[in-house]
Ligand binder design. Structure first.
Ligand code: THU
Length: 128
């Protein structure tokens, strides 16, 4: 799966975001080790702590559908270029990282994509 295609899926699903409180719609698309892809959006709640990010929804969607490890996550924000994942989502990515790590794809300032690694974004991460 081409990373540009992964980003297109993240962009498309961001249209389904439920974000009336922040007005910050986000979409994410996960590439599982099977080669299948899984999308998620942020879903907010009037009790703000009940909110979940697009990335975690996409990852949990992947795991729910039988994936054991994830290879890449594309993140698209309608309001911000270079929207990097929050700390919670980085930790969840770490839980399900493939043996080759996780590539994280975000939108570059010029509208293209840029690719980072999870090891770069969460060095010395905690795991059991
Ligand atoms: N959000 C995401 O879904 N992913 C990110 O990478 C950054 C933040 C959501 C959470 C909340 O619904 C809104 O964006 C503002 O923080």
């Amino acid at each position: 799966m081409d990373f540009n295609d992964l980003m297109e899926k993240a962009k498309e699903v961001s249209k389904n975001s439920y974000s009336p409180y922040s007005n910050f719609p986000v979409g994410a698309c996960v590439l599982g080790e099977s080669g299948r892809t899984y999308v998620g959006t942020n879903v907010e709640n009037a009790s703000y702590g009940g909110t979940i990010c697009a990335e975690r929804n996409a990852i949990f969607n992947a795991i729910t559908n039988g994936e054991k490890k994830i290879k890449a996550v594309a993140i698209y924000s309608q309001k911000m270029k270079r929207c990097a994942p929050c700390g919670f989502c980085r930790q969840v990515m770490s839980e399900f990282r493939s043996k080759d790590g996780v590539d994280i794809i975000i939108e570059a300032e010029d509208g293209g994509i840029e690719v980072h690694t999870l090891d770069e974004l969460i060095p010395m991460s905690f795991s059991l």
